[in-house]
Structure formats: C-alpha cells, structure tokens
Design a protein around this ligand. Structure first.
Ligand code: MN
Length: 205
C-alpha cells in the first residue's frame, strides 16, 4: 500500500476535461462514516461498494451486487480509493473514458465498524490490511451486518462480500432486481442517460 496521496491512482486514471466525475474537494469527514453503493453500467454492469475510511472512499466493484441472503457469496474486486465527493455522483461517463457508462446512487447511508466493538478494537484501515472487514449498514435498501473477506494470495484484489446472519438477513429479498432506482434522485439508469443526453443537446443548440 502506498503512503503517498491515496487518491493518486484515482487522479491518474481520469481526464477531468472529459469525465463529469468529481475532483477531490474539501468535503470534511462525516460524523458517522458513510457508505454508498453505485450501480455502474460500464462495459460490464457492476455495483461499486464504497466505505468512508480516513477521509476517502474505500471501493470494491461487485459484479452481481450485494445480496441480503447470507448463503450468497458475492465476488468483490478492490479498486482505487475514491474522493468523498464521489458519494453523490450520478451521471454518464463518456464511453471512451475510464469506466465509461452510466452511474446511479443505488443505496447510501451510514455504517458502523463492528470490529471497533470487539476487545481488539480493530480500525477499518487495519481490518482492510488484515483482509476482514465487518460493518453494520444503515442504508435505505440494505441494513444489518456485512463482511468483506479477502481471498487468494496476499496481492490478490479479490474479496468476497457476504451478508451476516442477523435479523436483517432475508433470503427472499432481491433488492438489486426489485429496487433498481436511485435513492438520491429516484431515477433509473435509463432516465439518467436520457436526461444527460437532453442536457448535451441543449448545450449544443
Ligand atoms: Mn465502477
């Protein structure tokens, strides 16, 4: 892990004269750390699961999205840290740019580090380094405990995302298919695309 600017990779991958994605700003850390899950219709559809840790958003790309069923293990690929400003981002990244495609805020809320309650009091940063993260989410669609477990060799970017067995677990729910809309704007991916295209046309005329 780099001790340099944690957002260096984020910045390097993007041309801000072309992408509408936010540049790192001055947004302060939250009183309760936030989480956000963005549905991203890139070359392959996935859900970007982000947890606020020490002033940045730690990020995993989850191809199938989170499940509310504890028997489902969802692959989660750890990706570059994102700036706090990204938490509110919805829009269309141009096709030729990194991550080209439409982004929607699928769920958002606050979380609690469950390992903070244990005797060892493991911080989020240490949990990530040790390859086991346990959080309690309070979102609009997802609530309850979730665990991220690192798999494979030490330098592997693969993790698994699993719902913990608690009162919020529900094997019958399938929120990624039954609740597709943005919790920020109420829009679907298609509506965001259409509205962004309209704006483009207005700017041209
Ligand atoms: Mn993505």
């Amino acid at each position: 892990m780099s001790t340099r600017n944690p957002l260096e990779e984020y910045l390097k991958k993007r041309d801000f004269s072309k992408t509408p994605e936010p540049q790192p700003g001055t947004r302060k850390p939250s009183e309760s750390p936030i989480f956000v899950i963005q549905k991203h219709d890139a070359s392959s559809l996935h859900y970007d699961f982000r947890l606020e840790v020490d002033g940045v958003l730690k990020s995993w790309a989850v191809p199938k999205g989170p499940s509310t069923d504890p028997s489902e293990k969802r692959l989660a690929i750890i990706t570059e840290d994102h700036p706090m400003e990204y938490a509110d981002f919805e829009g269309v990244i141009p096709q030729d740019e990194y991550g080209g495609g439409t982004v929607l805020v699928w769920d958002a809320g606050v979380y609690h580090n469950l390992k903070e309650d244990k005797e060892e009091k493991v911080s989020m940063q240490d949990s990530i380094e040790k390859g086991q993260v346990e959080v309690w989410l309070r979102g609009e669609k997802l609530t309850g405990g979730y665990v991220f477990i690192h798999t494979g060799k030490k330098d592997s970017n693969q993790w698994l995302l699993i719902k913990m067995k608690d009162d919020e677990a529900d094997a019958r729910r399938n929120p990624t298919s039954t609740e597709p809309k943005s919790v920020l704007s109420g829009r679907t991916l298609e509506e965001i695309e259409a509205q962004e295209a309209e704006k483009e046309d207005e700017n041209k005329s």
